[in-house]
Design a protein around this ligand. Sequence first.
Ligand code: ATP
Ligand code: MG
Length: 451
Amino acid sequence: MIRRFISKVFGRKTRAPGSGAHILPQARHGIRRDQLTDCALKTCETLTQAGFKGYLVGGAVRDLLLGKTPKDFDVATDATPEEVRRLFRRSRIIGRRFQIVHVMCGRETIEVTTFRSNEQKDTDEDDERPTDEHGRLLSDNVFGSMADDAARRDFTINALYYDVVREEVHDYFGGVADCKKRVLRMIGDPDTRFREDPVRMLRAARFAAKLDFHIDPETRRPVATLAPLLANIPRARIFDEALKLLMSGHALRGVHQLRAEGLHHGMLPLLDTILDDPVGERFINAALKTTDTRIAQDKPASPAFLFGTLLWPQVLLRWRALEAGGEKPQPALFIAMDEVLDAQRGQLAIPRRYDGMMKEIWALQPRFEQRGGQRPYRLLEHPRFRAAYDFLLLRAESGEVDLELGEWWTRFQDADDAERESMLKVDSSPRPRRKRKRKKPGETASTAPAE
Ligand code: ATP
Ligand code: MG
């Protein structure tokens, strides 16, 4: 059995692009046409009826095989973008150099991509592909055969093609078996493929976390050495990948997977410092868990909120240092916020469009401490109250502020007018408490009756 396994792996790796795929009938892959949207079905069928190939490809086939609902459907074809566009009334070509076609039906959009190749077909006889000095591919926009298209994809489980008409899965690199074994395996030589596009390292961590797969040891081996190549990738692309990981519904596992692979230096450089501190670690874990839970419940999760939590431990550190240096609390917080946002730009490059919301959430935090007079009412009315309150709960959960503070705000929101008034008097108005203390000298604030 071991020998069979080895020969299978060996066979898979040496199979040249251009060689055939294993074709699996419905009984062997189990995908049903009714699991696809009408739009995805119609797109593939229209292409086929016009004499082209039209296969469902990538994440959707993988997710269907794993019994998950795909979040979108991609189609691969041998028709050129212009030919695709002519077939569908509601379609448009996107991109210049790297053209894809968006086919629209109702609210749904299907992305149709023409088969591409990593091979440079039309140039020098030595068939060299253009790469930088580390092996990074500089161009991958050459049309190719379906087998070429499979070979340029990253992992075996992402190179599966579903033929909706014949109800067959075309499997070039053993992706169906890898799905069953729950293994994430790079197509081809992992070292070369990671050098071609270092972002594939981040994708490996993301898919392993999202699908709960383990990374094949051969695929994993070069990562420790090649992780620094992420420094050569445009920051915007790293940020997009970070966002996908954090919004995957498996952010907690994903972030720890990144750290285990040593990949966070290129993506979330702050992570080491944060996770070294127990309060910081509890805070980040609580934040990631909340995001995962919200996504699992189909509730909106805001990237600004999440990036706000990832940067908060730094803000807090600077805030406290500035206060210790004699700065007043509120100005100290604002200085700390700006310093931390500036510092992260060089590392993670969170786009400026998130700054506003992050700052609002942070700036509201000290206001939760003020529980007297009209101030709590004004805070409740603030448009960012909800996000800032959720943020406060994470701080309370991690032990940065008293649990009681979070609980007080939870009660205060649900309370009726009379109850709110009584909460204000007991918890935050200092005068009556002092009066009572004078009458009963043995009583302290914490032993005072709550109601
Ligand atoms: P998700 O469900 O997270 O969207 P996905 O597999 O669909 O997963 P995409 O980023 O949408 O991921 O990419 C679609 C397909 O394109 C992948 O399945 C893979 O075949 C191919 N692909 C994407 N990025 C790369 C890359 N960097 N290198 C090689 N192939 C890639
Ligand atoms: Mg996708």
